[in-house]
Design a protein around this ligand. Structure first.
Ligand code: DHB
Ligand code: MG
Length: 223
């Protein structure tokens, strides 16, 4: 029968069977509980998916909106290889300090920059500086700003880049077109912007698992 308990058990089985989560990753996952977000990090099998998508396109430069303890950041940083680089955007210095400790333990400290500021400000600054475009973007910060983060991502990527947006289903809340929940409104605005942008090929998938019922949007820049 489908219940949150069975979703959990299946996630555990799949992760135990297929996913190589080493001690630094497990410690990073544990330390998410000490961040202001609590345990909202991606699951091990989702982290492995993000890393796989990044490797499939040979991503060398990655931008992440939302760091917290850096669990997904480590998956992504390892996927870039030694000469890769990740810029990850975090509002809270306390979370960034936890993340830096995790990056050192995971051997990726030298290839990750944590930018402590409102993510919209850092993103605007990266656009202003004209940084080298990113190959892969993971949008997983405050949901009301999702459309703004997607717009920034479009300024900071190139044809062939992949953009993933987390938490686009939120227990089904996404289908409520009159929702007053700013998280739902932000997510719907981002999905609608993606759909309207001819430079993007877009899809999204529902997921169930140890993080409940949620989903990822996956966007490929075709131009
Ligand atoms: C929330 C945010 C996330 O990024 C997530 O993966 C799960 C939940 C939240 O804000 O509740
Ligand atoms: Mg998330």
């Amino acid at each position: 029968m489908s219940t949150p308990d069975t979703w959990n058990a299946v996630d555990r089985y799949l992760a135990d069977t297929l996913v190589d989560e080493d001690a630094p990753l497990a410690l990073a996952r544990d330390s998410s509980g000490d961040t202001t977000g609590g345990h909202i990090e991606v699951t091990p099998n989702q982290g492995a998916l993000l890393a796989m998508l990044a490797r499939m396109i040979g991503a060398r430069r990655i931008l992440e909106f939302g760091t917290l303890a850096g669990y997904s950041t480590i998956w992504l940083a390892r996927a870039t290889g030694d000469d890769g680089h990740v810029d990850t955007l975090e509002l809270e210095e306390g979370n960034a300090a936890i993340a830096r400790t995790n990056f050192k333990r995971a051997g990726v400290f030298d290839r990750v920059d944590v930018h402590v500021a409102p993510a919209a400000d850092t993103a605007a600054e990266l656009v202003e500086r004209g940084v080298e475009p990113y190959d892969f973007v993971f949008i997983d910060a405050d949901k009301p700003n999702n459309a703004l983060y997607l717009a920034a991502a479009m300024e900071l990527t190139h044809a062939g880049s992949v953009i993933v947006i987390d938490n686009v289903v939120r227990n089904g809340g996404v289908v409520d077109e009159d929702s007053s929940d700013p998280n739902v409104r932000g997510t719907r605005a981002a999905l609608e912007a993606a759909a309207a942008d001819p430079r993007l090929s877009a899809t999204a998938l529902q997921t169930v698992g140890s993080k409940g019922w949620d989903g990822f949007a996956i966007l490929l820049r075709v131009a």
